[in-house]
Design a binder for this molecule. Structure first.
Ligand code: CAA
Length: 296
């Protein structure tokens, strides 16, 4: 597997003539890597006293975690594994001190033309992050630029280290944010601030991002991941089915009018009465004991 993987990798790196071909090799390469459980661009771990927190660390250090095709394939693969793991209730996604991620891989994009990105549905595999049913906390240290900022915004909660910087510099490359930046950033911080960041390519500090509502908490750099894991453990201690219901209902507010959203929320609230965990939660309250959720 190792030999085959390296061979394909060389082929991928050398095939500069056709970017479509390059993508094709990248997909094959990462499929083989995933099925062999070898990860090249990320580190997978399980954390928490009860081993109920999935941790993904982006680990493409030399390129400041530029989000190449292979890296995002691995993120999607590991998210699927965490979703299938009944013990895991929450996931933390982090990078390194200098960079959460410096954006989509510019060198990978450079040679592509319109038909390459159109026919390959370029970046569509990033959808695995927003489609994950379990909550994801982005723990952002350093640069979260372009696709890096967008990846953080696909997550459910953003915690930032004091030196984190958020931005959408795509305009400097002659393109626009392509993984949700124009939409999610605007919803998170409002039109004027989002427009300013996107049109100027200026960066927003962690403190300003918290003030603007993009980030929920700021921590010293070296405490960030531990704090994210603590929060993830707390979330994991609740019923996983109720957690998924909360996530779906909050996310629905992005897409529905207030009237539709309130109706949807009521339906999910009513549906929670069909779960064992709703009964257990309320019974435990009455009996003055801790609930024992079974995720059913
Ligand atoms: N893609 C590919 N490679 C990248 C990269 C990216 N987004 N960001 C950094 N790198 C690489 C650099 O090319 C460099 O590699 P080499 O050593 O081989 O030259 C290495 O990472 C280190 O980068 P720098 O030397 O530039 O480090 P720095 O500390 O001087 O600067 C930085 C850091 C300000 C983040 C700078 O690297 C930078 O501006 N990066 C690009 C940021 C950007 O424009 N992001 C948006 C990408 S487009 C996008 O994301 C589209 C979308 O919406 C999905």
């Amino acid at each position: 597997m190792e030999v085959l993987g390296n061979g394909l990798r060389r082929l991928l790196l050398n095939s500069r003539n056709s970017s479509a071909l390059k993508n094709c090799h990248a997909a094959t390469f990462t499929r083989l890597m995933s099925s062999g459980q070898q990860l090249e661009y990320i580190i997978k771990d399980v954390k928490g006293e009860k081993k109920n927190v999935g941790l993904i660390q982006l680990n493409r250090r030399k390129a400041l975690n530029a989000l190449c095709d292979g890296l995002m394939s691995e993120v999607g693969q590991v998210l699927k594994e965490f979703e299938a793991d009944k013990n895991i209730g929450c996931i933390v996604l982090t990078g390194m001190d200098k960079a959460f991620a410096a954006g989509a891989d510019i060198k990978e994009m450079e040679g592509q033309n319109f038909s390459d990105v159109w026919y390959n549905s370029f970046l569509s595999q990033w959808n695995s992050v927003e489609q994950c049913k379990k909550p994801i906390i982005a723990a952002v240290n350093g640069y979260a630029l372009g696709g890096g900022c967008e990846l953080a915004m696909m997550c459910d909660i953003i915690y930032a280290g004091e030196k984190a910087q958020f931005g959408q510099p795509e305009i400097t490359l002659g393109t626009i944010p392509g993984a949700g930046g124009t939409q999610r950033l605007t919803k998170a911080i409002g039109k004027s601030k989002a427009m300013e960041l996107i049109l100027t390519a200026d960066r927003m500090s962690a403190v300003d991002a918290e003030r603007a509502g993009l980030v929920s908490k700021v921590f010293p750099v070296d405490q960030l991941v531990d704090e994210a894991i603590k929060t993830a453990e707390k979330i994991s201690s609740y019923s996983k089915i109720t957690t998924a219901m909360c996530k779906e209902a909050v996310n629905a507010s992005y897409e529905m009018s207030l009237k539709e959203g309130l109706h949807f929320e009521k339906r999910i609230f009513h549906a929670s009465f069909a779960t064992d965990d709703r009964k257990e939660g309320m019974t435990a309250f009455s009996e003055k004991r801790k609930p024992n959720f079974t995720d059913s």
